[in-house]
Design a binder for this molecule. Structure first.
Ligand code: DX5
Ligand code: ZN
Length: 223
């Protein structure tokens, strides 16, 4: 992994030409962010296990799966089998987060924990300690839709989590999701995010590969 990575969110791709869009970013990117929504935790529906499985068949990108579903425990195994590399669930959606992390790791996958912008920051603190999680996902919009604006306060939250991860010697990847574009990417990276999810700013553009390359350049990362 480079110091910074852009994880293009497939949510903004053209699902009629999904592999064309994935191939467009493949020369520049290592990660692909897959948003799974259930119409319960968030007021929207997106993709599920069969789509992840099909993408896995045709792509070697690191599949960064973001579960926005109320019952993540029931879907860890199916998404692991479908070929996800990272499986991230919301801290708001489970009473047994540590068991879920263990379950994900036991399946040979990396475990991520996401936090909604309206949830008190302290809810994520137990995961900012060494070895507790492999990825921490800071939501910088209310989850559910692409194309929203980066919420005020997100940068401060990233900086707070960065400091805690470093102080605790955690090597978890700090990721940010929502409203990342040419105006916000540097601010989020400077605050300490390492994996920057971008949907509309990549797949919403005519040439997603060039758009991803442009974001890497803005944060001074080689492409
Ligand atoms: C929103 C999703 C995001 C979304 C980001 O709930 O989790 O991954 O695709 O889209 P943009 O980058 O357009 O804000
Ligand atoms: Zn997402």
């Amino acid at each position: 992994m480079r110091r910074f990575e852009i994880s293009p969110s497939l949510l903004s791709a053209d699902f009629g030409y999904v592999m064309r869009d994935v191939e467009s970013i493949t020369p520049y990117c290592s990660f692909l962010h897959l948003d799974v929504m259930d119409g319960h935790y968030v007021p929207n529906l997106t993709i599920g296990v069969p789509v992840v499985k099909s993408i896995r068949k045709h792509s070697d990108l690191i599949l960064d799966t973001h579960l926005m579903i109320t019952n993540p425990e029931e879907f860890i195994e199916p998404f692991a089998q479908a070929g996800s590399d990272y499986i991230t669930f919301h801290v708001e959606c489970t009473d047994s987060p540590f068991e879920l992390i263990e379950k994900i790791r036991a399946l040979g996958k990396k475990a991520g924990v996401a936090i909604h912008p309206d949830t008190p920051a302290s809810e994520i603190y137990p995961f900012l300690v060494k070895d507790a999680a492999d990825l921490i996902l800071v939501m910088s919009v209310r989850p559910g839709f692409g194309g929203q604006s980066y919420m005020p306060g997100s940068t401060e939250r990233i900086a707070d989590y960065r400091r805690r991860l470093d102080e605790n010697g955690s090597e978890a990847i700090l990721s940010v999701d929502g409203g990342i574009n040419d105006k916000t990417v540097k601010e989020a990276a400077d605050a300490g995010a390492r994996l920057l999810v971008a949907g509309s700013a990549v797949f919403g553009k005519e040439d997603p590969g060039q758009a991803a390359k442009g974001l890497y350049e803005l944060i001074g990362e080689t492409v």
